[in-house]
Design a protein around this ligand. Structure first.
Ligand code: NAD
Length: 310
């Protein structure tokens, strides 16, 4: 079974490393030249839950994938705004049997992916693993899972079972989601509050929780997300989700969310259009107002402009 990691930044190289360590025929693919060169020349240096690993893992530049290579499974791990570019370069290397796995953050990636493969081929999900890049070729992966995955249509169930098995063989703790859409919307509640607000307010999660006004914003953003989630027949309990978010912020208090690290530390563009921006857009499609999410997305865009984010 040939597996490709299309988008091998922080989380992609982490998943790739776990699959490689557990005997899978896996290839990393990426377009960031210095990262690709570093791994091709010196291998991947990765810290997995504090343990340093040096892996001579195969790596292609996305422009140099050999013509005749066909993948059985593709894990998509670009940032949301890079997804089309990644699907374009992987398209010649997939067919009607390829399983395409998307556990990226953000809403409705399947609308784009289904322009490349049939819906049963798509395995969608969410993950609680976290990862980062120190420098080209040097990354870290932390967590113990789960990676919750599910099918978008019942014909895709066997493909989901295949992916759960692969994830478990690779010690990535794959779990068949009881309710895929609920898992995705719950993750949006986390990303849409902690990521966006810590980035706007330039603080960590503990500091966010110290302010009653910030907590009030968390509540309002979540209230809108919970309302818009009903378009997918997802019915979350607002107060329960709010308590869960506040508790989560307390637990990982000193942590700065990845959006903060991308924009404030590294001046990279964020996935805000696929999180709060998508909530506002989907709400509008269904005549549900989400003005706070819309405002938050605009605030992040303003900050991206101020910092000349690329
Ligand atoms: P990433 O930013 O590390 O990598 C995405 C792409 O950006 C890769 O092609 C990578 O090579 C490139 N890139 C990274 N740093 C770069 C730099 N300094 N200069 C130029 N190019 C660079 O993305 P990620 O954090 O692995 O996230 C992938 C997906 O997984 C996203 O949808 C994200 O929301 C989701 N996710 C990430 C985490 C996490 O902890 N990293 C956790 C859960 C979900």
């Amino acid at each position: 079974m040939k597996i490709a990691i299309a988008g091998s930044g922080a989380l992609g190289s982490g998943f790739g490393a776990k699959l490689f360590q557990n005997g899978y025929d896996v290839t990393l693919i990426d377009s960031w030249e210095s990262h690709v060169k570093a791994i091709q020349t010196n291998g991947l240096h990765i810290d997995i839950n504090g343990e340093h690993c040096h892996l001579e893992i195969p790596m292609y530049d996305s422009r140099d994938i050999p013509e005749d290579v066909l993948y059985d499974v593709v894990f998509l791990f670009p940032k949301s705004m890079q997804l089309k570019e990644v699907l374009d370069y992987i398209q010649p290397h997939i067919n009607q049997s390829t399983i395409v796995v998307c556990t990226m953050n953000g809403l409705k990636h399947e609308r784009l992916i289904e322009q490349y493969v049939e819906l049963p081929q798509i395995v969608r999900g969410v993950t609680t693993w976290t990862a980062g890049i120190e420098s080209p070729g040097y990354t870290h992966l932390m967590g113990s899972g789960p990676v919750e995955v599910g099918a978008l249509v019942t014909e895709g169930t066997d493909n989901v079972k295949t992916i759960v098995d692969i994830l478990n063989q690779a010690e990535l703790n794959g779990v068949l989601s009881d309710d895929l859409h609920q898992s995705i919307w719950k993750k949006i509640c986390v990303n849409g509050t902690a990521n966006a607000l810590c980035t706007i307010l330039e603080c960590n999660l503990a500091t966010l929780n110290q302010s009653d006004d910030a907590k009030n914003l968390i509540y309002k953003i979540t209230q809108e997300i919970v309302h818009v989630a009903t378009i997918d027949d997802v019915h979350l309990n607002l107060d329960e989700v709010f308590e869960y978010l506040i508790d989560l912020n307390d637990k990982v208090g000193p942590h700065y969310p990845s959006m903060y690290q991308d924009l404030i530390n590294n001046h990279r563009k964020t996935e805000i259009d696929y999180i709060n921006g998508a909530v506002a857009r989907l709400g509008m499609e269904h005549h549900i107002d989400a003005p706070v999410n819309h405002f938050v997305a605009n605030m992040i865009h303003a900050k991206e402009q101020q910092l000349d984010a690329q």
